[in-house]
Design a protein around this ligand. Structure first.
Ligand SMILES: CC(C)(COP(=O)(O)OP(=O)(O)OC[C@H]1O[C@@H](n2cnc3c(N)ncnc32)[C@H](O)[C@@H]1OP(=O)(O)O)[C@@H](O)C(=O)NCCC(=O)NCCS
Length: 188
């Protein structure tokens, strides 16, 4: 099946942008403007939005990859998503494998993929990811770093030990829940 599928950078296939927004908003509601802003930042030098498409040019899935400021050989993967009606058919596993293959071939070399999850730990374990210590989550493309990269790198070098208590706060209906986030990692 994977031979019928391609993982392509969204910025080289921009006509998929609206399909990606629909795919993501079907899972995580957010304004189209905010989504588009993030998608439009995709470029060869990170962050990169990737799309998984089949040979009929249909969008199967999506993920977003960014570098981590304090580890140049590492990236963080976010927003991994397969079309709702196609889940459970092995596409998620294929997306992760194609992503790892692409990142592995990059120069300079990417050695580790990090991600966080609240409830998909088993899926990522099946893809070979293992739980790791929570870490400071700093995406290199953050506006905070404009002109301040070295200062922040120095700060991180002397960084406060990250706490093992890592949570996200999710609003579900009228209830606010504190849900544990797990950090996972894979050497590629
Ligand atoms: C998580 C997601 C990407 C998985 O994609 P998928 O195509 O359904 O997964 P696959 O069919 O490739 O599954 C691969 C393996 O993981 C397992 N798996 C997948 N989702 C799982 C889940 N929610 N719980 C437990 N196991 C799961 C499958 O059973 C399969 O195991 P097997 O090979 O032993 O049969 C997809 O369900 C999705 O898009 N979910 C909504 C968005 C989301 O939550 N993304 C993750 C953000 S952290």
């Amino acid at each position: 099946m994977s031979s019928n599928l391609q993982l392509l950078p969204l910025h080289e296939n921009q006509y998929f942008q609206n399909n990606v927004i629909e795919l993501l908003n079907d899972e995580w509601q957010q304004s189209k403007t905010i989504r588009m802003r993030r998608l439009e930042r995709s470029c060869n030098d990170f962050p990169i939005s990737y799309i998984l498409i089949n040979n009929n040019n249909q969008l199967i899935g999506y993920c977003y990859v960014d570098r981590l400021l304090d580890e140049e050989q590492s990236v963080i993967v976010e927003s991994v998503c397969i079309q709702r009606t196609l889940r459970g058919n092995g596409y998620g596993r294929i997306l992760m494998k194609l992503l790892e293959d692409q990142l592995h071939q990059r120069k300079p070399k990417i050695e580790f993929i990090y991600l966080t999850t609240t409830d998909k730990r088993q899926f990522y374990e099946k893809c070979g990811y293992e739980e790791t210590n929570p870490r400071v989550r700093l995406n290199i493309s953050s506006k905070l770093f404009n002109g301040n990269e070295q200062i922040l790198k120095n700060l991180l070098a002397n960084q406060i030990q990250p706490t093992t208590d890592s949570h996200v706060i999710l609003q579900k209906g009228s209830t606010i829940q504190r849900i544990q986030t797990i950090w996972m990692k894979k050497k590629i």
